[in-house]
Design a protein around this ligand. Structure first.
Ligand SMILES: [Zn+2]
Length: 257
């Protein structure tokens, strides 16, 4: 891409904007830092409703995603699941991705709980497939399982999958690179050399930036403006001319297309 072309602005690829105390200020600070938009992903009924209201309030900034977080799945009864899943289906024509969905075995220890998470993940992936939407994925203590679901989804539908906060293993990153799976990198690389080292093995065409706002670092809540610093640090770490902020911004648009 020619250097004189203005880039579309960085996009926070995964945040929970509704959890910040002063959302308006966070949006203003992000725009000041060159962060033009944020993909806002959800956890449950309450955060889904709040996200759509935020989209109405900040239509240029908020790219809503809807989904039921795996942490919440094991404790939901049938009625709670039906109404939350119905909400995702009912609003699937006005969103940009399905997320935050995935697997989290910290909160699903028994085989039954893990099966419920897997079913919830696959049902929500079906909504994504039916509506031509990418998925935004969470994985904890189930990295390989979540990655395999992402690869199967991408192979079957040719839609995009993003593994958020996934840079824990070079071996798994080699597999995501080979299979065209996007991986987003967050503020941990600003604080940990090991995280930065791992992140820099992601294919420069598949790397996105995120904050998972409001996750705290050094006692401070993160905020979408931070992706500017995350992008800058990443760019400085890649071999010269292999990664740029423009490239990251373009990757995000590709992921969303
Ligand atoms: Zn999240």
């Amino acid at each position: 891409m020619p250097h004189n072309k203005p880039h579309p602005g960085l996009i926070d690829a995964h945040c929970h904007l509704y959890s910040l105390p002063d959302i308006e200020e966070a949006v203003l600070r992000a725009c000041d830092a060159g962060v033009s938009k944020a993909i806002v992903v959800t956890e449950d009924m309450d955060s889904m409703e709040r996200t759509l209201r935020l989209r109405d309030k900040f239509p240029d900034f908020v790219l809503p995603g809807l989904g039921i977080h795996p942490v919440n799945v094991p404790a939901m009864d049938d009625n709670e699941w039906k109404s939350a899943f119905g909400f995702v289906q009912d609003h699937s024509n006005e969103i940009f991705c399905i997320g935050e969905i995935g697997l989290d075995y910290k909160y699903a220890k028994t085989a039954g709980e893990q099966e419920r998470q897997m079913n919830a993940l696959r049902e929500q992936m079906d909504v994504a497939a039916d509506n031509n939407l990418p998925v935004n994925l969470h994985s904890r203590r189930a990295l390989r399982q979540t990655m395999n679901e992402a690869i199967a989804f991408h192979k079957k539908t040719h839609l995009n999958a993003l593994l958020h906060w996934f840079a824990h293993s070079k071996k798994l990153l080699r597999i995501t690179n080979e299979n065209g799976i996007y991986v987003s990198v967050g503020p941990s690389i600003l604080f940990s050399e090991e995280s930065l080292e791992l992140a820099s093995s992601i294919d420069p065409n598949l790397i996105l930036v995120e904050t998972d706002t409001p996750v705290y670092y050094s006692g401070k809540p993160s905020s979408p403006a931070w992706v500017e610093k995350v992008a800058e640090k990443l760019v400085s770490r890649y071999p010269e001319n292999t990664l740029s902020k423009e490239r990251i911004a373009e990757n995000t648009l590709q992921y969303l297309k």
